[in-house]
Design a protein around this ligand. Structure first.
Ligand SMILES: NC(=O)c1ccc[n+]([C@@H]2O[C@H](COP(=O)([O-])OP(=O)(O)OC[C@H]3O[C@@H](n4cnc5c(N)ncnc54)[C@H](OP(=O)(O)O)[C@@H]3O)[C@@H](O)[C@H]2O)c1
Length: 215
């Protein structure tokens, strides 16, 4: 599968590397430092390359959006049309210091960053995923906690896009958990706020994972 990474920081570089190692063709984009971008692609191996943001958007059947909320609109303007693409987002509205509430949207539960993205990218099949995990875990050699894999809830409105996303989540070493329609991004983004706080307050950050138990 061809995947365009919009954002190649902590999350984007780690997720893109994992997918490239699984055999997907990955294009990294959206950095102010092109040398850094080249180094990320080089360390991801022969399935990776770099491009402009618009090139990554054209290249990918799947687009992974991993930018800070503050530059979200700028990033999506640079991307151009994403009509018909699977657009996976982990963008959260958390404040940079993780203190206090989120930036407003998620905790009011009248909207979410993911739904805002769906409005900014008409026709894209938006799926929220990778919000309830840490870049440090994605960067580690393994996602395993002993014999357990962490769960990773995702949500969206397009069944095919969700199935593709679930496969990509599993390939990163998580149990993909279907959390419902895109409206559930409101809850996932609110949960992310507590999730990060809990990890920090308990001192477990970043070596902790969320688990949905089954029996
Ligand atoms: N980190 C986590 O554990 C985690 C977990 C779940 C969700 N998230 C969410 O995922 C998103 C990405 O997080 P991250 O930790 O990967 O962020 P990050 O390391 O800051 O990466 C942001 C990316 O955007 C690029 N960028 C380009 N222009 C920018 C500008 N003007 N200002 C800021 N960045 C710019 C950065 O490039 P350069 O810096 O190279 O220029 C980088 O590639 C955020 O919305 C975050 O809330 C993060």
């Amino acid at each position: 599968m061809n995947i365009g990474m919009i954002g190649s920081g902590n999350m984007g570089s780690a997720i893109g590397k994992l997918w490239a190692r699984q055999g997907h063709q990955v294009m990294f984009s959206y950095s102010r430092d092109l040398k850094k971008l080249d180094a990320i692609a080089e360390s991801a191996g022969s399935n990776a390359r770099t491009g402009t943001t618009a090139e990554a958007a054209r290249f990918g059947e799947v687009i992974m959006l991993t930018v800070q909320y503050a530059v979200l609109e700028d990033a999506l303007k640079a991307v151009g049309s994403l009509e018909g693409k699977v657009l996976i987002t982990c963008v959260s509205g958390l404040r940079p210091d993780f203190q206090g509430q989120t930036l407003g949207l998620p905790t009011e539960l009248t909207s979410s960053v993911a739904e805002q993205i769906a409005q900014l990218a008409p026709g894209a099949k938006v799926v929220e995923a990778f919000n309830l995990t840490f870049a440090e875990l994605l960067q580690a050699d393994s996602r395993q906690f002993g014999t357990e894999r962490p769960s990773l809830p995702y949500c969206g409105d397009d069944a095919d896009a969700k199935a593709i996303t679930a496969g990509l989540i599993e390939e990163c070493g998580y149990d993909a958990i279907d959390a419902g329609g895109l409206i559930k991004a409101r809850s996932i983004e609110a949960l992310a706020s507590i999730w990060v706080q809990t990890a920090v307050v308990t001192g477990l950050f970043p070596n902790t994972g969320l688990k949905i138990l089954r029996r």
